[in-house]
Design a protein around this ligand. Structure first.
Ligand code: FAD
Length: 480
């Protein structure tokens, strides 16, 4: 155990402050400044961990992270052992340590009568320290099995599956239709939440371990799923849930109304130094974002950095009882119930707001909205008599995703789907087609990075068993 009396001596959380809003809005860099500022308090924060007999933080995290163990090692300054224990359950703590909503902290037993341990900040400090100290080195398999695996999709689920399977000795190729590897981490989540250097240096390690990357190849179009099936011994579908939920209101076809991911993809490409013809930009525009989740808040931070004239986020709210009450539908910190970092930076918010119509000529000019009312049967409808109009010459629809793109999968592989339109699978991530597995949002529906990594690890164990008859790979979650 770390300091046996640590939680009695230090009763409050301490975290490195975010960069000042007026400074960070001038660039795309990480809003957190923990590396530049150092963390003299980190040891005592890690020392607040009580090493509970039953550490609920393990179960709070789908990866089953060994949190009390690495808190203790950080308290002792044993960084090498700390990164080994962290990597034992999580391939990519540099992603989760930055953008996970940290269900572990919500499960921390200390949180019953004190603010919980700053687990996420300890996690990101371990991995950053490990990279700085040269402790993240390739783990090349000692022998190759001769089996081949195609992983389709290079988000956190695909990358976790690929790393596990490569280390188990299989020859793995990751196919990605975008021009760069990383999935939503690359082209969804903006740099101010996750700078791309963190993806790139992990990919260097994976390449050195033997994973092959094929960016710019769309499976189903450039190569068929059936061709892949003939070429490889197993396939992991990790294509994400990319189909955006649409808003069926009059005027949705007007110029200036875009799905959020179209906008974010372009903004992230430009932030990476690429040229995007006719980029959708918020500069000088009255922006309305429809949807108050992570995607909506990423649009907000992006629009503010592009110089929007105004930004209003609309959220329909949720019917209580829910985790996020109806008047607080924003992404929340598990402890303080703060809004996301983008909400600190500006913009207006309208809760319980239903969009009734987009108004304009060729291009959208305004948006008519009304206060949301919940009917006894649970339906949400605009309340009569509450309609009003707000200026909107750029509208970003961030209402979530319905599921994966499935037509090539069903046509070319005969994959079966669930009633929700997700790729059907058994408890062990196997689809209805032998040798074809699914992990991440494509099978689970839109979720979180930590779940994608956990599913990628578990699917890798299932593939290894399918190919080798047994596995030593860990399987932190089931698919049910
Ligand atoms: P993805 O990351 O979606 O990757 C799938 C990849 O497959 C994509 O790169 C796609 O191009 C590729 N692909 C699809 N079809 C094909 C094909 N036929 N051939 C080749 N490649 C293909 N989660 C958090 O925990 N914290 C956050 O802060 C957070 N912020 C988010 C912000 C945004 C804007 C969005 C949209 C999501 C966010 N999420 C967040 C959710 C998280 O990003 C996803 O749950 C996670 O990335 C899912 O991982 P995945 O590997 O299943 O799929």
């Amino acid at each position: 155990m770390a300091d046996p009396r640590g939680f009695l001596k230090v009763r409050d959380r301490e975290l490195p402050p975010n960069r000042p809003v007026e400074v960070r809005l001038r660039d795309w860099k990480d809003v957190h400044a923990h590396l530049e500022q150092g963390q003299p308090f980190l040891k005592e924060q890690a020392g607040r961990c009580m090493d509970c007999g039953i550490p609920f933080c393990h179960n709070g995290c789908p990866l089953g992270n060994l949190i009390p163990e690495w808190n203790d090692l950080v308290w002792r300054g044993q960084w090498g052992d700390a990164i080994d224990r962290l990597h034992a359950t999580n391939n990519f703590p540099e992603f989760t340590g930055r953008i996970c909503p940290a269900p572990c902290e919500s499960s921390c037993v200390l949180g019953i009568n004190q603010p919980p341990v700053t687990i996420k900040n300890v996690e990101v400090s371990i991995i950053d320290e490990a990279f700085d100290r040269g402790l993240v080195t390739p783990q090349v398999p000692q022998r190759l099995t001769g089996h081949t695996v195609a992983v389709v999709g290079s988000g956190p689920a695909g990358l976790a599956a690929a790393q596990q399977l490569t280390r188990a000795g299989h020859t793995v190729a990751v196919y990605e239709r975008d021009d760069a590897i990383g999935g939503l981490l690359r082209y969804g989540v903006p740099d101010f939440k996750l700078e791309k250097v963190h993806i790139d240096r992990r990919l260097e390690q994976m390449s050195a371990e033997g994973t092959r990357f094929r960016a710019g190849v769309e499976v189903g179009r450039d190569v068929t799923w059936a061709q892949l099936q003939a070429r490889y011994d197993a396939i992991v579908i990790a294509t994400g849930a990319t189909v955006p939920r649409e808003l069926q209101v009059p005027g949705k076809e007007l110029a200036g109304v875009h799905p959020a991911m179209e906008y974010l993809h372009q903004a992230n490409a430009v932030a990476a130094g690429k040229t995007v013809e006719n980029q959708i930009s918020a500069e000088g525009r009255h922006v309305v974002i429809i949807g108050g989740g992570d995607t909506g808040s990423d649009c907000l931070g992006t629009a503010l950095r592009q110089g929007a004239a105004s930004v209003t986020t609309l959220a329909i709210g949720k019917k209580p009882p829910v985790d996020r009450p109806a008047n607080q539908p924003w992404p929340t910190d598990p402890i303080t119930f703060e809004v996301s970092s983008s909400h600190e930076e500006g913009g207006e918010r309208a809760y319980l707001a239903s969009t009734v119509e987009f108004v304009g000529g060729d291009r959208v000019q305004s948006l008519r909205l009304a206060t949301t009312e919940y009917l006894p049967d649970g339906r949400r409808v605009p309340t009569p008599g509450t309609e009003r109009e707000i200026p909107a010459d750029l509208v970003l629809v961030a209402m979530g995703f319905t599921g994966p793109e499935t037509t090539p999968l069903t046509d070319q592989l005969g994959i079966e789907l669930t009633g929700r339109g997700l790729v059907a699978r058994d408890d062990d991530f196997a689809t209805t087609v032998p040798g074809v597995f699914v992990a991440g949002d494509a099978g689970r529906g839109q979720s979180l990075v930590v779940w994608a990594i956990a599913e990628g690890r578990a699917a890798a164990a299932a593939v290894d068993t399918y190919l080798s008859g047994a596995t030593e790979l860990p399987s932190p979650v089931t698919a049910s």
